[in-house]
Design a protein around this ligand. Structure first.
Ligand code: N01
Length: 553
């Protein structure tokens, strides 16, 4: 369907992104009998799991919970092999879903949406796209001559919360003679680290997963750390077929129980309602030790106040600090690896052999919190004090312009040509994380202001797609052609998100939840803690005739 001619092809909906959100949205739109076009920058489905092919990439949500629930047959037929799914297995699962539901035919790959503008006269979205130019920082604009145009009634963004790579603006980056990559844009053909001097910048989830694996083959690995991070063992292992069969025998129950959890996951763990401050430290440490052995986010469920109360948080943090000191043989290195923030303030990392990796002779830790990277030279990295590290490969594990980056890199314009960037100049403002005033018929799957990254993403995606599907169905049944979040509802929602976040310790450190990792980005807490209350609110809004939205003919 070429669209370069006079009359652009019209769809009921354009969906941006073919990750787990875009795929399920396409499935849902087809169920409703709507026409849809999905645009995807990569050459296959999978979204974040298409791009994140770095060594050690693995999900931190358990396989049996990190998968779709919309079709019981799909649930039963797919067999997971490990407790936590590795990137290749998740990608295979995404491809399986795309084939099983014949999704590929409506997805245009290798294409980036460059502009989406609402037309006040026709009430349609005009969507422009161009062949993708894939570069480690996603920033390269495609050749405008190649632009394609379509129109649509609905614009649905499924761009992912963590898909806009953050490659720091370091002088000399283009002069480096070796290989350079970002974990979120990892080359399909991989990188052979054998015999090479590798530098990795960043010690968040991606860096902490990649470091132990790269260290196994690199001649030398230099870890450039700006902020130390808490990590607890994932304890990944092959999935016991008996356990898998047991879950599948009553899958619905697990799904429903997960939806009652704050993070929409882990209902099989024991979540303790008590306070750590009501027990002796020895007893608390015994509890933490047991959960350390189990691995995973169950650690944070040891006591209910870890994420809320500073004194409670200190006890849990002290336990992990002790573990780091026990594990890392060089006391000086151990101290440099010990975080100073609250545990869980930044996304807690699940690791496999991270701290023990610093006992290897071929791994060194460089603190760049004050003595920062001054420049990248043709041969490596130079710090402010002049120290130079000779490198053959540089891996940026420097994270993402989270939650808003991928939306703002598209030129999205609402009523009267209002750019989304202008509407969000003081930080993202949404109603329910789903709608934006002045942007009629635009839905943002897992948008800022919804639980998204603070909960099991697949559950959040399904909840949003189901809600959007029901909303569109409602509109069609009632003769409404347009829906738009009101200013008042949005204002109140933004206040609500800030209030809920203020009850937690999340806003106390420089995390990407706040946009603090991106120079110049407005600091606003973007996700909403607490899946169950949020899902209930969405249901109530729908039941009240989409309260807070204007529905028009
Ligand atoms: O990114 P991050 P990530 N100079 O932003 C450092 C999900 N995820 O890709 O902390 C030097 O967490 C930065 O330092 P600082 C998960 O939700 C999940 O690792 O800002 N360093 C930090 O150390 C996760 O939270 C999985 O001071 C710079 C690191 O780079 C999210 O994705 C796996 C720098 C970035 O850490 C993002 O994780 C992977 C600079 N200019 C990712 N800029 C799993 O499911 C940044 N840094 C397991």
């Amino acid at each position: 369907m070429s669209t370069n001619h006079n009359t652009p092809v019209h769809y009921d909906a354009v969906v941006i992104g073919a990750g787990f959100a875009g795929m399920y949205m396409l499935y849902k739109l087809r169920q409703l009998g709507l026409t849809a076009r999905v645009y995807e920058r990569g050459d296959d489905v999978g979204g974040t799991w298409y791009w994140n092919r770095y060594p050690g990439a693995r999900c931190d949500v358990e396989s049996l919970e990190y998968c779709y629930s919309f079709d019981p047959e799909l649930e039963q037929e797919w067999e997971w092999t490990e407790r936590y799914p590795g990137q290749p297995e998740i990608l295979r699962y995404a491809q399986h879903v795309a084939e099983r539901y014949d999704l590929y035919r409506d997805i245009q790959f290798n294409t980036m949406v460059t502009k989406a503008a609402y037309d006040d006269e026709t009430g349609h979205w005009h969507v422009s796209s161009a062949p993708a130019v894939n570069h480690i920082d996603h920033n390269h604009a495609p050749n405008q001559d190649d632009t394609d145009h379509v129109t649509a009634q609905y614009l649905i963004t499924a761009v992912g919360c963590l898909s806009s790579s953050n490659v720091p603006d370091i002088a000399g980056i283009d002069t480096f003679r070796g290989e350079v990559c970002h974990t979120g844009r990892y080359p399909k053909e991989g990188i052979d680290f054998a015999g090479k001097r590798v530098g990795i910048i960043g010690t968040g989830s991606s860096g902490i997963q990649a470091i132990p694996v790269i260290a196994e083959t690199a001649e030398h690995l230099t870890v450039f750390q700006r902020t130390p991070q808490y990590a607890i063992p994932a304890r990944n292992h092959p999935l016991d077929p008996v356990e898998q069969a047991e879950v599948k025998a009553d899958y619905h129950r697990l799904r429903e129980q997960n939806k009652t959890q704050q993070g929409a996951l882990g209902a099989r763990f024991d979540w303790n309602e008590g306070s750590v401050l009501d027990v002796e430290v020895e007893e608390a440490f015994k509890e933490f030790e047991a959960r350390w052995d189990i691995g995973g986010f169950a650690f944070l469920g040891a006591y209910s106040d870890i994420a809320r109360t500073p004194e409670a948080n200190h006890v849990a943090a002290d336990f992990v600090k002790e573990k780091i000191r026990e594990t890392v043989k060089d006391p000086d290195v151990a101290e440099r690896l010990i975080p100073t923030t609250y545990i869980g303030c930044k996304r807690l990392v699940l690791d496999t052999d991270y701290f023990v990796t610093f006992n290897r002779d071929n791994v060194s830790l460089v603190d760049i919190s004050e003595n920062v990277i001054d420049e990248i030279t043709p041969d490596g990295v130079r710090l402010t004090d002049g120290t130079h590290y000779d490198l053959d490969v540089i891996v940026f594990a420097t994270g993402y312009d989270a939650m808003t980056g991928s939306l703002l890199r598209i030129n999205i314009q609402g009523r009267g040509g209002l750019p989304l960037a202008e509407q969000w100049y003081a930080g993202p403002r949404t109603y329910l994380g789903l709608g934006v005033p002045e942007f009629p018929n635009m839905f943002t799957i897992t948008g800022p202001g919804s639980p998204s990254v603070l909960a099991n993403m697949i559950v959040c995606i399904e909840q949003h797609v189901d809600w959007i599907g029901e909303c569109i169905d409602h509109m069609r049944s009632n003769g409404h052609s347009h829906i738009e979040a009101t200013e008042e509802a949005t204002e109140a929602w933004v206040d609500h998100v800030n209030l809920v976040a203020s009850y937690t310790l999340y806003p106390t450190c420089n995390s990407w939840y706040l946009g603090a990792n991106i120079p110049g980005k407005t600091r606003v807490f973007m996700p909403l803690p607490g899946f169950p209350d949020y899902a209930k609110k969405c249901e109530e809004v729908a039941a009240a005739g989409y309260e807070g939205f204007n529905l028009t003919h």
